[in-house]
Design a protein around this ligand. Sequence first.
Ligand code: AKG
Length: 240
Amino acid sequence: MPHTNYQLSCAEMDQFRKQGYLGPYTLCSPDEMRNMQPEIEKVLKTDAPDHKVREHNRHLDHRLIHEFATHPAIVTRMAALYGPDLLLWRTNFFVKEPGAKEIPWHQDFNYWPLEPPIIISAWIAIDAATLENSCLQILPGSHRKVVPHVKATSEMAFNQMGDLGFIDTSSCVNLEMQPGEFVLFNERTLHHSDANCSDKRRIGLAVRVIVPIVKVLEWDAPLHELVVIHGEDAVQFNTR
Ligand SMILES: O=C(O)CCC(=O)C(=O)O
């Protein structure tokens, strides 16, 4: 994996503040990611030690997923945006096989047991993510207001969705990515992906990182724990 200067310019910091997302950036080359796909597929076919869902928190039991989530290309940039002390809370694979449902427009903080809900996500393309196989889409600047969430319709992959009466999708950005690229976005940035109407699978890995003052109100599983990925956890609010 290439090691370069992952510091952010003032223009990038400003973009994250104003638009709520950054990237795509490179974590590894498309060929490197393609070579790792069989190992990732193996992870997704095995049960996690104590999580019911195979897609969740595999950084806790699998070295490769831990390496993705703690890669300096991600962590250095997150530290530039959120300060030096960062804790890895969750990782989630989003596997969209052909025919997979639409993921509705939503703001992540609406769903999560965190107080205050301050979080930054990296979304890493494991497969190529294109408009054809339902790449992530984002609404720049949408993190500046809270949108009400309502019961989702049956064609959606989630139970709740952002109320479309409050969402103007005309400025939507399609985050098409090569395998090994990633984007960063925050807990309020509205994002979405269409139903996968292609014959191509699309896997992404979301990496969720909090700062130490955030209290985790519910844990995903008995062995779920935070991992210090940069700096330190001086306040220890989440000692279990
Ligand atoms: O992978 C997707 O299509 C959606 C991802 C998502 O909702 C998230 O990372 O919060």
